[in-house]
Design a protein around this ligand. Structure first.
Ligand code: AP5
Length: 211
């Protein structure tokens, strides 16, 4: 039987990546993440797609959205190959939400709700292990192994200035997407401000109830 088709929504830093890693493990679904896909292709030539800049990098490093035509193609391709999935980072505006209607049916739409002060704190303290892609936080979730600590890196867009711009872009473009699913009656709100394991409890139960 195909796995559940899950959409996870939330502001930058809400914990989408952290919870998606647990979802993929527990429900044996694919993690489709536009952020990771774009980071892996930051210098891809998109000049023939009628875009303002020639690569995704310029948009991402300023905290702006990469143009829809680039992201839609990535998601369409990934979804066509997945039976069950957790989709993270898409849709980020109403145009993308409409595109998604034609690409896949969803079993559950989760929204991780976190206050803005907490989001800034989480993003500026986030560090990544480049060898395992594990997500850490300097205060909330530091690595125990000093060797791992030594090699941690900060994402290019996690500086305070870019974080503020990403949150502005979220308010302007992605909050209407949350209202869109709320009005359709499919949005499952989860308190994302709890400890990660408590958020996970709620996420797991919500998926089990809905799928
Ligand atoms: P993307 O990679 O999607 O970034 P984002 O949405 O800004 O989300 P993040 O990955 O920053 O946060 P997260 O919610 O996954 O949090 P995490 O689990 O790491 O997008 C980056 C860029 O790509 C965009 O700006 C845009 O340019 C482009 N892009 C991507 N998709 C696009 C699209 N569809 N259209 C156009 N452009 C697109 O957690 C954060 C930190 O908090 C970690 O340190 C973690 O350890 C900690 N933490 C997590 N949960 C908790 C908790 N419960 N308590 C305490 N700490 C916690």
């Amino acid at each position: 039987m195909a796995g559940p088709r899950i959409l996870i929504l939330g502001a930058p830093g809400a914990g989408k990546g952290t919870q998606s890693a647990k979802i993929t493990e527990e429900f044996d679904v694919e993690h489709i993440t536009t952020g990771d896909a774009l980071r892996a292709n930051k210098d891809m030539d998109i000049s023939d797609m009628d875009t303002e800049y020639d690569t995704p990098r310029e948009y991402m490093d300023q905290g702006e959205l990469v143009p829809d035509q680039v992201v839609n193609a990535i998601v369409d391709e990934a979804l066509s190959q997945a039976d069950g999935f957790v989709l993270d980072g898409y849709p980020r505006n109403l145009e993308q939400a409409e595109e998604l209607e034609d690409m896949a049916d969803l079993d559950v739409v989760l929204y991780l709700d976190v206050s803005e002060d907490e989001l800034v704190h989480r993003l500026t303290g986030r560090r990544l292990d480049p060898e395992t892609d594990e997500i850490y936080h300097l205060e909330y979730n530091p690595p125990e192994d000093p060797e791992v600590e030594e090699r941690l890196v900060q994402r290019d867009d996690d500086t305070e200035e870019t974080v503020k711009e990403r949150l502005r872009v979220f308010r302007e473009n992605t909050e209407p997407v949350i209202e869109y699913y709320d009005e359709k009656g499919t949005l499952e709100r989860v308190d994302g401000e709890q400890a990660p394991e408590d958020v996970w409890e709620d996420v797991r139960e919500t998926i089990e109830d809905a799928a």
